[in-house]
Structure formats: structure tokens, C-alpha cells
Write a protein that binds this ligand. Structure first.
Ligand code: ARG
Length: 460
């Protein structure tokens, strides 16, 4: 008989059991369910709501069940619907009537709200560790490439010279914000809903604060209807995860371009590349492509969650059982992508020469050439026009600005002197941009220093 079977005169159809059951996806919350129940029963005992020795027996048995689950000794029943009722059934099978007191002052509605919060809080810690590993690799590559000049792009057209360090530190900022967003999301997740009951709280004098402290929550929810029907925290997390994937996907796109023959900026390690079954020469960036592809799945989870919630009247509705697969899938996907992306990055070979040549070839110092004339007293707009003509001239001869002779320079402006060669040298162009946040070596060293301080602080 079902735990809620009293009101019913016949069994549910087998098809109904399968349709209604969530055990095959919510069983992963077994640990949180047991810890939540243990805290609840400890409180019931200490508040005198049930006998102390009964509370102790339930508490002890719950941990025996936990151990059995972890040793693979437990088989779940689809007919027991979900992880919450499966564990309660196991408890009652083991200790009979005493076990039937566990659910006093509680509903599955506040129980499931508690379990998901606990489960996701744990997952966020893992995600932050993974992001931290990625930040460490970005710092390492940046430190080693402070002088690695490459073209910076706008519109995917070569724009101005930067360094690989400056480029990677941009991603550092993005993934750092992702950690901050996860921390922020945790604040609103870390509020304890037990005591909300099914929707209208409970008449038992539960000590909610005690349960919250026992389980590491900052506070308790302030309204029982909201306590059981709020899934904002899952939506917020799915949104944080979508942004992480968007960042990984943009980076992947660059990696994919960079390892083409045309760019040849990097070579991926064999361990993180694949071949083609027909074309023997191929070495494909599958990691980056799969990460880019899986981004869609995480966005999909966010959209599912928003759509599941949009029409729900207060308070709990069974629709909300659909929250789990969506958020679990998003979490799993990001947990799959972050470590392999980090390893791919950590092992890639950087072709400094190709990067330098690409920066040299694309008139990336044209702005600096214009600034040179401004420093000699020509207004910027006029200078811009002169250099525009200079670029057209160089394109016609298939040379770079710095390849021109002094005589050629003089045909554009007699203010140009020999010091032009140093002024438009790529290293000068980069290192003169010492403004805070700029690509100059000294500026990037400062960014790295602040970055290192960040990852050594206690954000986990
Ligand atoms: N398995 C359910 C869920 O995930 C648990 C809550 C069920 N509550 C109810 N009143 N049917 O949402």
C-alpha cells in the first residue's frame, strides 16, 4: 500500500506509477534527503514533539539506510514514487511504527524544496572548484605569454596588437564573474524551507532555526506558500550555468578558429583532439565543438524551468517535479565541460611566431601611426585620413607600414622622421597602452597580480 493510500480504494495503474514516479531521476538526492530527515527528527525529539528515544532510533536507522544506499544494497521501488517516499518506506520497513513518526510536521512539498536546495548548494561548491582550476590555468598561460604579441580583433578583422596574456586575462574576468554569480545565487538558495508544510505551515511547535543551523542554512523561509513553491533559486542557477556555457562557447569558437591551418595560432594536444574516419590529415577540435554544442542544452534547461513555472498558481503543483531533470542536466553538462575544457587549454601548444606574423600583417599599428602624427601636431581626423591613404598604398605594394622607406614615408607627411620605426613597432604599440586594463606588459602583470589575490581568497 502507498504511504498515502488510506483514502483510496484501489491501486494506481502501472502506467500511472511510471508516469508519476520521479525516482529514476531524484534518487541522486538520497544523501540530502536523509540528512534533511535526520535534522528534522533530531529537532522533533529535542522539542518533545516525538519521544526522544524514538527520535534517536529513527536518526540512527536513517544513517544505516544511507550506508546501505552507498554500498549499493538498496533497490528503489517505482511504486514508492520518489526518493522521499522510498527512504521513508525503507525506514518503516526496518523499524515499523516508530518510523511512521518521521513525517510529523512535514510535507513532501517542503521536503523536496529542502532537498533540491541542499543538493544544488553542494553542486555549486564543485562548480566553483572547477572554475577555480580554470582560472589557475588562465593565469599560468598569461604569465608565460606577457610578450606573446597577437592581433586583437573587432568584427573578426585584425584591429590592434595585444598579447595572448591580455586575451586570456579577459576570459579570467569572465569566469571570475561566474564564480561571483554562483556565490550570489547561493545566498538566496541558502534559506531553509522545512516548516512550510504542504503550503500553510504546521501547528506543531517546530524549531525551524535549529534545523536550519544543523543543515548549514543561513536562515529560514519567511512565508510558507513561497517556501514550498519557490524555484527561483534553480532558475537563477540555470541562468548562471547558461552564462558559464556562453563564456566557454565563445572561447571554444576562438580555439576552433585558432587551430585552423589559416590561423595556426595554436595546436591542440593529441589527447584532446580526434581524427577523421576518411581524411587522414584531419585533427579536429572536438572538445571545443562539443562544448559549443552543449551550450544549447543548458540554455534549454533554463527555458524549460522558466516555462514550467510561468503558469503555476500558488503553491505546490506537480508540474514542479519537472524542475529536477532540467536543472540536473544543466549542472551535469557544465560539470562535464569545465574540466575537459581546462585540460584542453592547459595542454595546447602556442605558436608565438604565427601570432606575431598575423599581428604584423594586418596593419594593426595603423592607429599608432595616426597617433604618431597627432603627437607631431596634426589633428586626429586629418591624420586618420593620411594613414588611410598610407594603408591603401601599402596594400598595393603588399607591404606593412613599417616596411616603408623614409622616402616613402615623406610622401605622406614631411613631419615623419626616423623615430617612426620605434613608434609603430608592435612591441611599442602594445607596451605604450599601459592604461589600467590595457595590454601593456606592466598593465597585464598588474591584472595577473590582482587575479592571483582573488583565487587565493576564500570564495569557496
Ligand atoms: N516528487 C515530488 C517532486 O519532485 C515530491 C513532492 C510531491 N508532493 C506532492 N504533494 N505530490 O516535486
Amino acid at each position: 500500500m502507498k504511504l498515502w493510500g488510506g483514502r483510496f480504494s484501489k491501486n494506481t495503474d502501472e502506467l500511472m506509477d511510471d508516469f508519476n514516479s520521479s525516482i529514476h531521476f531524484d534518487s541522486r538526492m538520497y544523501r540530502q534527503d536523509i540528512l534533511g530527515s535526520a535534522a528534522h527528527v533530531k529537532m522533533l525529539g529535542s522539542c518533545g514533539i516525538i519521544a526522544q528515544n524514538d527520535a534517536e532510533l529513527i536518526y540512527k536507522t536513517l544513517f544505516e539506510i544511507l550506508e546501505d544506499i552507498e554500498n549499493g544494497k538498496v533497490e528503489y521501488e517505482v511504486s514508492a514514487e520518489d526518493i522521499h517516499m522510498n527512504i521513508e518506506t525503507l525506514l518503516i520497513n526496518r523499524i515499523g511504527n516508530v518510523g511512521k513518526q518521521l513525517h510529523t510536521g512535514r510535507s513532501r512539498n517542503d521536503q523536496v524544496a529542502l532537498d533540491i536546495r541542499m543538493y544544488l548548494k553542494d553542486e555549486i561548491i564543485t562548480l566553483k572548484t572547477m572554475l577555480k582550476n580554470l582560472l589557475e590555468v588562465l593565469l599560468r598561460i598569461s604569465e608565460e605569454n606577457l610578450d606573446t604579441i597577437m592581433p586583437g580583433y573587432t568584427h573578426l578583422q585584425k584591429a590592434q596588437p595585444i598579447t595572448l596574456a591580455h586575451h586570456h586575462m579577459a576570459y579570467f574576468q569572465m569566469f571570475k564573474r561566474d564564480i561571483e554569480r554562483l556565490n550570489d545565487c547561493t545566498k538566496r538558495m541558502n534559506i531553509m524551507p522545512l516548516g512550510s508544510g504542504a503550503l500553510a505551515g504546521t501547528t506543531y511547535p517546530l524549531n525551524r532555526q535549529m534545523v536550519a543551523s544543523e543543515l548549514g542554512f543561513d536562515s529560514v523561509t519567511s512565508n510558507s506558500l513561497d517556501g514550498v513553491s519557490d524555484r527561483d533559486f534553480a532558475i537563477e542557477l540555470a541562468s548562471c550555468l547558461s552564462i558559464i556555457m556562453m563564456h566557454l562557447s565563445r572561447f571554444s569558437e576562438e580555439i576552433i578558429l585558432w587551430c585552423t591551418e589559416e590561423f595556426s595560432f595554436i595546436e591542440l594536444d593529441d589527447a584532446y583532439s580526434t581524427g577523421s574516419s576518411i581524411m587522414p590529415q584531419k585533427k579536429n577540435p572536438d572538445v571545443a565543438e562539443l562544448v559549443r554544442g552543449k551550450t544549447g542544452r543548458v540554455y534549454g534547461s533554463l527555458l524549460s524551468l522558466l516555462t514550467v513555472m510561468k503558469g503555476l498558481p500558488l503553491a505546490y503543483n506537480k508540474d514542479m517535479q519537472e524542475d529536477k531533470e532540467a536543472i540536473f542536466n544543466a549542472v551535469d553538462t557544465v560539470k562535464l565541460c569545465l574540466p575537459i575544457f581546462t585540460k584542453m587549454l592547459d595542454t595546447m601548444k602556442i605558436n608565438k611566431e604565427s601570432m606575431y606574423n598575423a599581428a604584423r600583417g594586418g596593419f594593426t599599428n595603423a592607429t599608432d601611426m595616426a597617433d604618431y602624427l597627432v603627437k607631431k601636431g596634426i589633428p586626429f581626423r586629418d591624420s586618420h585620413e593620411i594613414i588611410g591613404r598610407m594603408v591603401t598604398y601599402c596594400l598595393g605594394k603588399n607591404i606593412s607600414i613599417d616596411d616603408m622607406s623614409m622616402d616613402e614615408f615623406k610622401t605622406f607627411s614631411d613631419l615623419i622622421e626616423n623615430d617612426v620605426y620605434t613608434a609603430i613597432n608592435l612591441t611599442t604599440c602594445v607596451n605604450e597602452r599601459k592604461i589600467t586594463g590595457g595590454p601593456a606588459k606592466e598593465s597585464v602583470i598588474e591584472q595577473i597580480k590582482i587575479g592571483k589575490e582573488y583565487i587565493s581568497c576564500d570564495f569557496l
